[in-house]
Design a protein around this ligand. Structure first.
Ligand SMILES: *Cc1c(COP(=O)(O)O)cnc(C)c1O
Length: 367
């Protein structure tokens, strides 16, 4: 058979997402209404009403292309985060920003540094451009920033840090990141992926945008998919100084963020009540789920995101086995064998009744 494309593309293992509800219903003969999906770190509150209203208004204009410069959305981001609009790159999800960074900055054969047990899109973005991955061993499931700085080689062009990290939910403190940024050579671009930053309690917050002002080699990425509740619309953004931002904008698709997504994102950016409710629901759900883990003697990694990594058992088959049993009971969580964590599963924090359904199912399975 003819082998199309470069070897490095054929070597890519496709991204494994959370199973859709409809698929689980078909496979296991269940009623969709009884299925609980806690697999993709989505916001259990559902789409914000403010965004729904904005989308209804945008509907009438859908025959037209979206605003390729995202004037309103960049304006809203600029105002909320106090950054100039020419520091902002809009993305089709923040995934898009991660990929744009790899495509804009890295050539085949050069290297990209990221941590073991960090986001699955980093290896994908790295491999897609034919780059070499330098995967730095994790420390207590989280980023070992000193080791990451030490792992940089002369051909390293890009480095990814997820804070909080996914799937473990770990964080590194602001002071550690500040010290790390000082160590990274100015020729290496750092992407600080802050997909879950809105969930951090006030005492753990830090000002990443101050670092963007200081470092021309830093991109901070944010998403509307988690705390803002717009995962299905695909919208995120990167903030960097104009030099880097200009590069990313040169290679993005001109209409990478659709009109409904732009309208919805503007609305929710001004909807502080939704964001606060998301954070509160998440904090309560975290206590509910981890309280049950503690009671059941289940090991888990303390998490700062909207999900928890927990140990399903001791053998290599434990994650897959417990995952299957949960699916049979209509509970969808995320297996993390592809992250090298076959004994573990990741559960997203849902509504109180969804968390309870997960806990009940787990109790029934593990006895
Ligand atoms: C969910 C997630 C993202 C965001 O993905 P979107 O493309 O914005 O939906 C980015 N980084 C990490 C670490 C994530 O977990």
């Amino acid at each position: 058979m003819m082998n199309f494309g470069p070897d490095y593309v054929r070597a890519i293992a496709p991204y494994q997402g959370g199973k859709p509800i409809a698929e689980v219903a078909r496979e296991f003969g269940l009623d969709e209404a009884n299925i609980v999906k806690l697999a993709s770190n989505e916001n259990p509150l559902g789409i914000p009403e403010s965004s729904q209203r904005a989308m209804q208004q945008a509907f009438a204009e859908l025959a037209r292309y979206p605003d390729s410069n995202g004037f309103d959305l960049k304006g809203a981001i600029s105002k909320k985060f106090d950054v100039p609009t020419d520091w902002i790159t809009l993305g089709n999800g923040s995934n898009d920003i991660l990929e744009l960074a790899a495509r804009a900055l890295v050539q085949p054969g050069q290297s990209v540094v990221y941590s073991q047990y960090s986001f699955a899109v980093y290896p994908l973005a790295t491999q897609a451009v034919g780059a070499r991955a330098i995967v730095v061993p994790a420390k207590n499931f989280g980023h070992d920033l000193d080791a990451m700085a030490a792992a940089i080689t002369p051909d390293t062009k890009l480095l990814f840090v997820a804070n909080p990290n996914n799937p473990p939910g770990t964080i590194v403190g602001g002071e550690q990141i500040a010290a790390f940024l000082k160590q990274v050579p100015s020729s290496v671009v750092v992407v600080l992926d802050e997909a879950y930053t809105e969930y951090l309690p006030p005492e753990l917050r830090y000002d990443a945008l101050a670092w963007v002002r200081q470092y021309p080699n830093l991109i901070v990425s944010r998403t509307f998919s988690k705390a803002y509740g717009l995962a299905g619309l695909r919208v995120g953004f990167g903030i960097a100084q104009p030099g880097l931002t200009d590069l990313l904008n040169r290679i993005r698709q001109p209409f990478n963020v659709n009109s409904l997504a732009q309208a919805a994102a503007v609305a929710v950016l001004n909807d502080d009540a939704y964001l606060q409710k998301s954070a509160q629901l998440n904090a309560d759900g975290y206590r509910q789920i981890t309280g049950a883990f503690t009671q059941m003697g289940i090991e888990f990694v303390p998490s700062y995101g909207n999900f928890v990594l927990f140990r399903a058992g001791d053998d290599e088959g434990a994650g897959a086995r417990v995952n299957l049993e949960l699916l049979k009971k209509g509970v969808i969580v995320r297996p993390v064998g592809n992250y090298g964590l076959p004994q573990w599963l990741r559960v997203s924090i849902g509504l109180p009744n969804e968390n309870a359904a997960f806990i009940d199912a787990l109790k029934a399975i593990l006895g």
